[in-house]
Design a protein around this ligand. Sequence first.
Ligand code: SAT
Ligand code: MN
Length: 582
Amino acid sequence: MNISQYQTWIDEIVALCKPSRVHLCDGSEEEYDRIAALMVKQHTLIPLKKRPSSFWCHSDPDDVARVEECTFICSEQKIDAGPTNNWCAPREMHERLKTLFSGCMQGRTMYVVPYCMGPIGSPYSKIGIEITDSPYVVLNMKIMTRMGMPILQGRSGGFVPGVHSVGVPLKPHQQDVPWPCNPKQRMIAHFPDESSIWSFGSGYGGNALLGKKCFALRIASVLARKEGWLAEHMLILGITNPQGQKKYMVAAFPSACGKTNLAMLTPTLPGWKVECVGDDIAWLHFGADGRLYAINPEAGYFGVAPGTSMKTNPNAMQTIRKNTLFTNVARTLDGDVWWEGIGQEAPPGLISWLGGPWDPKKGPAAHPNARFTAPSSQNPIYDPEAENPQGVPISAVIFGGRRGSVIPLIYESFHWQHGVFLGASVSSEMTAAAKGKIGTLRHDPFAMLPFCGYNMGDYFAHWLEMGKRSKGLPRIYYVNWFRKGADGQYLWPGFGENVRVLKWIFERTSNLASAEQSPIGYLPAALDLSGLDVDLREILRVDLADWQREVQELTSYFQLFKDRMPSALLEELRGLKQRLSL
Ligand code: SAT
Ligand code: MN
């Protein structure tokens, strides 16, 4: 195989990081098994007797989530990173990285991991190469992407280079630890002008699997703006009605707000079927017919384990029966996994995510951001079109967040521009997916706050611009499964029952379901609630005083973007304010 076009870059990184060995990954099953066996020997992985070819591991307690405070967008100008990203001048960051990476792989193997984001052969797929000194990253990348040297064969185009190190060089004969990391010197740097990524000090998913958030969202969002498409933090699902008609929808929710559960939903309404294209990231392009088409750049799920059960997500439970990596869940004595919300009592002798016997007084057995990594192809409802190189045609775009109050279960935007305003107005209570205070409400426009690789104001403008390009645009919706009543209880049962909301959206996009106009958008005139006991009026209620406060809050938030804030969205905000005061 001819890798000479990549060799110069690989040689440069070898010279900088000084690994003891270099391993070019072929992406084969044998290679995966060999690396896993090595990690078992080093006590990083523990094989799970109850799940074929599956392993348990736990991270350093200080390396359990994305670290947004150490994540940088290094555009030439600060203004192009925008007010929502950390910024550093590219030259200064390169200097810092040179110091950090100098000799950082001593005593370790450097793995070269070529990978393809998107179906092989799709005109929309893109190639990256991740260099890493973490075998854990290699195994995860094998599941999450199409990975291995063969994907470079016959390619002459560019690639996105990514360099990752756990940041813990080993002296000769120094004993390694099961989860090396360097929390004090963590740095995840993106260079949008060079399309390159450097990540130091963390072994955790979104910080270390560079194909995922770093490439498929931050770098890809920059490329998408340049090239006229969209890279989004969205699930992609197919939904078929009892008459056999099928549509596809995408939905953007912040991390750990139920994207995986919605993407794999088991409908409670008879005759409806949901199939899954992807659970986290969508790349959207206009097709020749003017419609928006989505591909899933990933090949696996890096899903939140706690709360996943046969009741909440049976398809995920089937998906993770074999060939799965479990990170920071609890482990049972008989070689299985356990977490809070798995649907069974904790068995005696449980080993917590910290690696010792679980003491319930000291916290949960599984870390709230514990994850499974499993191949998409194992999903019993993997959509037959999921690997279609052209993608699947999208009928609806759904935004949402975790909001205990104010936001109704579902509403529809008046038109594209208003829909873009809905995306820009997403706020959500924080979850364990990122370091930070859980439960605090924060603005998370388009669920892209931690993932937009450029100025968020320009990103809004790009969405508005995309709406001018086509006549076959999907309609835009906003959902909130998390609204609570006066008693503090959730008003909506969620999970499989969410199909009732999807049904309304499905029928709206066929002009079959009726709606009522409200100041915030169209609300369902009725929902199919057969067999369900919920207070529809309460869950759809638009409280004028609440919404006036929401408008005030948004007015001050939008000021953050100064002259990069598109006037069309300020116009939408004024329109909303006016409609609320009538
Ligand atoms: O960033 S991760 O991929 O680790 C998980 C998430 O936040 O969606
Ligand atoms: Mn995500």
